[in-house]
Write a new protein. Structure first.
Length: 119
């Protein structure tokens, strides 16, 4: 079972950088976004970034549904992705990567341990 240490370090470093940048910024996040989409060349980058954000949200939705979780559990990740794009999926990877994995149960309700070595 691999733990997402690279994702965790990326999340922490990028979140700290984002917070620091927002703290010293001369304009609000909304004003900055408006300025970015006012020019075709920077608007293309923003559109491309948000297309990747939408793809990440689709991936998170499909992953959560395949694990039997509801779409409502993804709302915080979707909101974070809508504002900070990459932080939402990184947080999803980190939280789900460090969560305890449940062993599948057989029809009797007992856990199936597939990690035994029968050699």
């Amino acid at each position: 079972m691999n733990r997402p240490y690279l994702s965790l370090s990326t999340l922490v470093i990028f979140s700290m950088y984002t917070a620091g940048t927002m703290f010293v910024a001369d304009q609000s996040l909304i004003d900055f976004g408006r300025e970015l989409i006012s020019s075709p060349d920077t608007a293309q980058v923003v559109i491309d970034l948000y297309l990747l954000g939408v793809l990440a949200c689709i991936w998170m939705y499909r992953d959560a549904r395949s694990k039997g979780r509801s779409a409502v559990s993804l709302v915080p990740y979707f909101l974070i992705t809508a504002v900070f794009v990459s932080i939402g999926p990184l947080l999803y990877i980190v939280i789900n990567g460090f969560a305890k994995k449940k062993l599948p149960a057989d029809s009797t309700g007992y856990s199936i341990n597939n990690s035994r070595n029968f050699d």
